[in-house]
Design a protein around this ligand. Structure first.
Ligand SMILES: Nc1ncnc2c1ncn2[C@@H]1O[C@H](COP(=O)(O)OP(=O)(O)OP(=O)(O)O)[C@@H](O)[C@H]1O
Ligand SMILES: [Mg+2]
Length: 280
């Protein structure tokens, strides 16, 4: 198991972000995030039921399933966003590169820079385009040591937005179109050079043209990052993901496999029913 050997605990405990290991080939099958019997409760209500799932490096993993089956809950566990929900309680283990991310000495703020997140509704800060992208680098305390302009440009290029905004970096992020705002949020998430990017229905608020841009972008991001995406759009999951994990009502992970297998020949009849629209 690679996660036993590759751990660098310091990356999560201190505010330093773990640098991406460029020596690993893009298509290797190293597990980056792994849950073991993860159950999540809101008060007495169970949202996830003993979920064990390995997420591989530089792959796009799609989480699909009917509304309320726990997809967002699972995603939020990965970077401890659920910490902010008082009623939320977690059982089981969740590892990032072999380190249990719920250990007391893990700093959630450092974790969230290493495991970034993009939400359903684009949510730029009410700041300039430049300041949105520079935000993570500044709070990391690295702004003085790096060429901030170059890093902002790199992130905006990575989010396929640079050409559209390079002459208006000081205008407000809120003045962009919805699709541009979502790419700005992706730029903000990738600026601190995370290892994993979590996306919760990132294109569901966008029109087809903007959606297609985001989909192309996600495929490009996977060359550098590990992407976990929640989507209700079956075609989108089939088009862009390498692996698909199917959750069903009750927070059960019923099947995870190569996306092609899930969509063409799933083992579980309930998965076939869900994918073909018989329920959910
Ligand atoms: N903050 C919360 N407080 C209490 N219960 C919650 C909270 N967030 C989610 N839940 C409950 O946990 C369960 C799983 O919710 P979650 O949002 O993870 O589902 P989902 O699969 O993302 O659904 P959708 O596809 O509609 O976004 C649901 O029953 C939901 O009502
Ligand atoms: Mg959700």
């Amino acid at each position: 198991m690679s996660r036993q050997t590759e751990t660098d605990d310091e990356s999560l405990i201190t505010t330093e972000v773990q640098a991406t290991d460029n020596t690993t080939t893009a298509r290797s099958t190293e597990t980056v995030v792994s849950s073991e019997d993860l159950s999540v409760y809101y008060g007495d209500d169970r949202a996830l039921d003993d979920v064990s799932l390995d997420i591989e490096r530089n792959r796009i993993t799609a989480l699909i399933g009917p509304s309320g089956c726990g997809k967002s809950t699972y995603l939020r566990c990965i970077n401890r966003m659920n910490d902010q929900i008082d009623s939320c309680r977690i059982e089981g283990d969740l590892f990032f590169r072999g380190k249990n991310i719920y250990d007391d000495n893990v700093d959630p703020v450092a974790l969230r820079r290493t495991i970034g997140m993009v939400f359903q509704e684009p949510n730029p800060f009410p700041k300039s385009i430049y300041d949105n992208v520079a935000y993570g680098l500044r709070i990391q305390g690295r702004a003085d040591q790096i060429d901030l302009d170059a890093e902002v440009e790199r992130a905006l290029r990575g989010a396929a937005l640079w050409d559209e905004v390079k002459d208006q970096l000081q205008s407000s992020g809120l003045d962009l179109s919805g699709g541009q705002q979502q790419r700005l949020c992706i730029a903000r998430a990738i600026a601190p050079d995370p290892e994993v990017v979590l996306m919760d229905e990132p294109a569901s608020a966008l029109d087809p043209v903007a959606t297609s841009k985001i989909e192309d972008l996600i495929e490009e991001l996977a060359e550098e990052y590990t992407v976990v995406i929640v989507t209700h759009n079956m075609q989108q999951a089939a088009r862009i993901s390498d692996k698909t994990a199917v959750f069903l009502t009750g927070g059960e992970l019923v099947e995870v496999d190569d996306t092609q297998k899930i969509f063409e020949n799933p083992d579980d009849d309930r998965v076939e029913d869900y994918i073909t629209g018989k329920f959910g």
